[in-house]
Ligand binder design. Sequence first.
Ligand code: URA
Length: 229
Amino acid sequence: MIHPEQQRRAYLQAMGIDVWLPRDAGAPAATAAGTEAVAPSAGAGLDWPELRECVAACTRCELAASRSNTVFGVGNEQADWLIIGEAPGAEEDRRGEPFVGRAGKLLDQMLLAIGQSRDSVFIANILKCRPPNNRDPKPDEAAACREYLERQIELIQPKIILAVGKIAAQNLLGTDDPVGRLRGRPHDLGGIPLVVTYHPAYLLRSPSQKHKSWSDLCLAARLAGGSGA
Ligand code: URA
């Protein structure tokens, strides 16, 4: 296991932070703040291969017409950590894999800092298909895709869900609150602790916010009960 101080340094270095930041020992207890439960979905009962097939053939919304590939998600099907982002971008659409661009590289560094990797966690998105011109997902698109994500959560049974960015957080928690108000405290998604943090693409644009993201990762690690971050 990676020592917490090593993790802290690795993360801060990866994120370009060179100031000392205290680990927030006084973080809130793991009480459920969010209330949104994961409702049983029409995908209930599908196993991994069936679910993959279903997603690959999906035509539930208009994004099916413009996508090159569906982006099912990658990683460990029994992961402790489930990372949920927004939607595939151009590169993800081309490769059929989430978070493979610049933001993805930063996400990889963030994972490394908490002793995780792309192979140890599972990474998915609110949408499995790319919205044209990287526009925000429409509510009907998110709704059409939701049961796939819900089934993935049921199959994985993660110890912690990390929602990266506004779209993921707001969709999962059913709120319009901004990330600034949702981050820094535990939420609950059908009995699974959920932590909100900034999207890596935002962190690339706003490096001054990186230390907050580190604090969120430490909180998530504590809730997951594994890493001593
Ligand atoms: N941003 C996301 O939210 N997800 C991806 O897969 C890529 C970029």
